[in-house]
Design a protein around this ligand. Sequence first.
Ligand SMILES: [Zn+2]
Length: 272
Amino acid sequence: MSALDVGWATAEAWRSDAHRVLADDRLPPVGAPLAGICDACGRADGFHPVQHAADTREGLHCRACGCMARQRAVARVLTECLDGASSRCVYLTEQASPLYIALRRRFPATIGSEYVSRRWRRLRLMLWLWRHGVLQRIRHGDVTRLRDADASLDAVASLDVLEHVPDATAAFRELARVLRPGGWLVATVPFYQDAAVSARIASLDPRGDIVFHAPPEYHGDPLGGGVVCFHHFGWDLPALLTGAGFSSAHLRYVRDPARGLPHGIWVLVARR
Ligand SMILES: [Zn+2]
């Protein structure tokens, strides 16, 4: 069975499998390196040890390319969605990142961006990218207002971005607009597997000020500082995507100990 066949579009479908699926999760050993092949770069150099066993999502960086577990899980699903065809045009909502560098090797037409409007910050990121051998400018990208033409992309990959967009539905519609029919959205968000519906924990008032509806939550930004989280996504997420122009959507629980993924990672997969 293709791994694409494994996934759940509703809370009911997930609940009937949850016990069996979660029973196979393993926490990585603390302080000990993990062997395996990286789905982002293809190398078999193994993975850096975690400092906390629960660090199954943001840790286990590949020793060769530096991609963390959730980046490798997205690379795996994306490659499978695109049948590994190197001519495909992928848009990644990050650019100064090891995943962007790894994806460009696999899909040379890959484009990226960062949500950074300040020029000096883009310059700093550009220097990072140059040091890693990619001589490009950093593109500023807002997932609710992309510069890409309609139906121009084969896939969009977005990692832990959508929960920071106040109007997530506007972002879903925009991502559907730029994808060609049959194109793929592969994304990670902090996903609440026990929640039937998503919760809006913050919003913007008419003046653009943030209003919190729950204890404020700030996520670490690799560019520095904390970013407000607006949404806790639950099992209505696939329906939110189909309501925004996608033809189908589901969530996959990506796990493969031989690939440095001993504990499942939720990956959203939606087809235009
Ligand atoms: Zn790697």
